[in-house]
Write a protein that binds this ligand. Structure first.
Ligand code: NAD
Length: 251
């Protein structure tokens, strides 16, 4: 029931961090990967996906560009045969007090984390509906989407991650009739480039963040793989409109 052979999964933010890590786990489970990110060319790790014997292609696109993203996503079923899964993992964070957020900070964060996720989910779901083969959407919210992100200061990010949870609930209800499920994962603090910037900016931040979970450490990207394989496969066939917390026991 965890099988993903011959499924094609679209992953935004697929050039690094959690997106690339999900791509690896899903390719190991037999899925074909269509990764989308801003970089002109694929990351060097991308060759390892192809070496697993699945199809893996990289597409340069900005999730904030509605038409450009739609054109990219429409190429994927032409090149792979179908779109069976969608992971809108592209995301950004601005760590500064709310009163210091500029209009650009707010628009950038909401533009990628909410608008970009809506564009991605809509374009992928449109293909799934057209195919009449159902599908699976797994969005990435965050602990911040439930609890806020203290001791960090990231109000726009927190608002964006709450929005993702709302989107998942509504979209799941509307797409259920097409055999499409939509869920999310809410990771705690995971070791990626996003976090590196935050650690580098403030001495002692890692220790402070570690103390905020029962396991007293940040998570590694591969510690989300189990939840992703569950949600992306038929193992979770009775689950939709819902969220899985993987956060080391956030306090
Ligand atoms: P990351 O910075 O390592 O990777 C994010 C990727 O998104 C990058 O490759 C970047 O180029 C891409 N991206 C950004 N803007 C884009 C755009 N406009 N169009 C296309 N691609 C774009 O971050 P990450 O930690 O891997 O985060 C992935 C997702 O997980 C994000 O939604 C993030 O909010 C969420 N998340 C991360 C953590 C964490 O602690 N790292 C915790 C909870 C949730």
């Amino acid at each position: 029931r965890f099988a993903l052979e011959d499924k094609t999964i679209v992953i935004t933010g697929g050039a690094r961090g959690l997106g690339l890590s999900f791509a690896t786990a899903l390719a190991e489970a037999g899925a074909n990967i269509a990764a989308i990110d801003l970089d002109d060319s694929p990351p060097s790790e991308f060759g390892k996906l192809q070496a697993l014997g699945v199809e893996a292609k990289y597409y340069a696109a900005n999730v904030q560009d509605y038409d450009g993203l739609r054109n990219t996503i429409e190429r994927i079923p032409e090149e792979f045969g179908s779109i069976d899964g969608c992971i809108p993992a592209a995301g950004i964070m601005r760590d500064k007090p709310f009163l210091e957020h500029t209009a650009k900070d707010i628009n950038d964060v909401m533009g990628v984390n909410v608008v970009g996720v809506m564009y991605t989910v809509q374009h992928c779901a449109a293909q799934m509906v057209k195919q009449k083969t159902g599908g699976n959407i797994v969005c990435i919210s965050s602990s911040a989407g439930h609890h806020g992100c203290a001791p960090m200061t990231c109000a726009a990010y927190v608002a964006s991650k709450h929005a993702v949870l709302g989107l998942v609930k509504q979209v799941a209800g509307e797409l259920a009739q097409h055999g499409i499920r939509c869920n999310s994962i809410s990771p705690g603090t995971m070791r990626t480039d996003m976090l590196k910037q935050i650690f580098e900016g403030t001495p002692g931040r890692e220790q402070l963040l570690n103390s905020g979970s029962m396991l007293k450490r940040v998570g590694e990207p591969d510690e989300l793989h189990g939840a992703m394989l569950y949600l992306m496969s038929d193992a979770s066939s009775y689950m939709t409109g819902n969220d899985i917390f993987v956060n080391g026991g956030k306090l």
